[in-house]
Ligand binder design. Structure first.
Ligand code: ZN
Ligand code: ZN
Length: 210
């Protein structure tokens, strides 16, 4: 699997990732936080076929570009976990109610659940339900890469003080579902620097040393 990171929204520095399968040209966009000509140009230069727009969870700083990309690529399906699907349509839930422009995304067309696989060509991306930051938070795994949304950051974890958040749940998700992945797994979070599972097990002050 190929990937490229784009950093969107100067206030939030959201990591948005474009994944693609070289052979088929099929691609998937994770967390388009905003409209982005840079991403659009990249998709066009590489002649990729954007099949999915996947939100790791429903917060405004991860879904703000859904509408822009859906309008550009109507065939691409918006995908999100069932527990966060209504965030797409509700500024109160996606926390954009106090943004300058409230975010209302087109609705979900593919509801994700734990263990589902999304195919790009003959490569699979596995959905891992990792609640805690929100109830419907997911991580996406395609060895050796893990896209961890706002669940796990380099030496940090997502906030749990928003509606639906729970530190106990978040910590269980990380320990039971992410720290069981191979040590060398590369972690690509929703904000900030990259890491690996082994680094996080050793150095993450919130959930390390397990
Ligand atoms: Zn969030
Ligand atoms: Zn975020």
């Amino acid at each position: 699997m190929n990937y490229k990171r784009f950093i969107l929204l100067s206030d939030y520095q959201t990591n948005c990732y474009l994944l693609w399968d070289e052979k088929s040209g099929e691609s998937l966009l994770i967390d388009p936080a905003d409209q982005s000509k840079e991403i659009k140009d990249f998709i066009e230069v590489k002649k990729l076929n954007l099949k999915y727009i996947v939100n790791t969870h429903g917060h405004g700083d991860h879904i703000g570009g859904n509408r822009y990309f859906k309008e550009l690529y109507p065939e691409a399906k918006i995908a999100i976990h069932s527990e966060d699907a209504n965030f797409l349509l509700e500024p109160r839930l996606n926390l954009s109610q106090y943004f300058e422009v409230q975010i209302v995304s087109p609705s979900a067309e593919l509801i994700l659940e734990d263990g589902m696989e999304i195919q790009l060509g003959d490569q699979a991306i596995k959905v891992i339900h990792t609640p805690g930051h929100t109830k419907g938070g997911i991580s996406l795994y395609t060895a050796p890469y893990l896209f961890s949304g706002d669940t796990l950051f380099a030496e940090s974890v997502g906030r749990t003080d928003f509606p639906g958040g729970s530190f106990t749940t978040l910590s269980d998700s990380i320990k039971n579902k992410l720290f069981t992945l191979p040590e060398e797994t590369e972690v690509f979070p929703g904000h900030g620097d990259f890491s690996t599972i082994s680094e996080e097990k050793k150095f993450n002050p919130y959930v390390g040393e397990v």
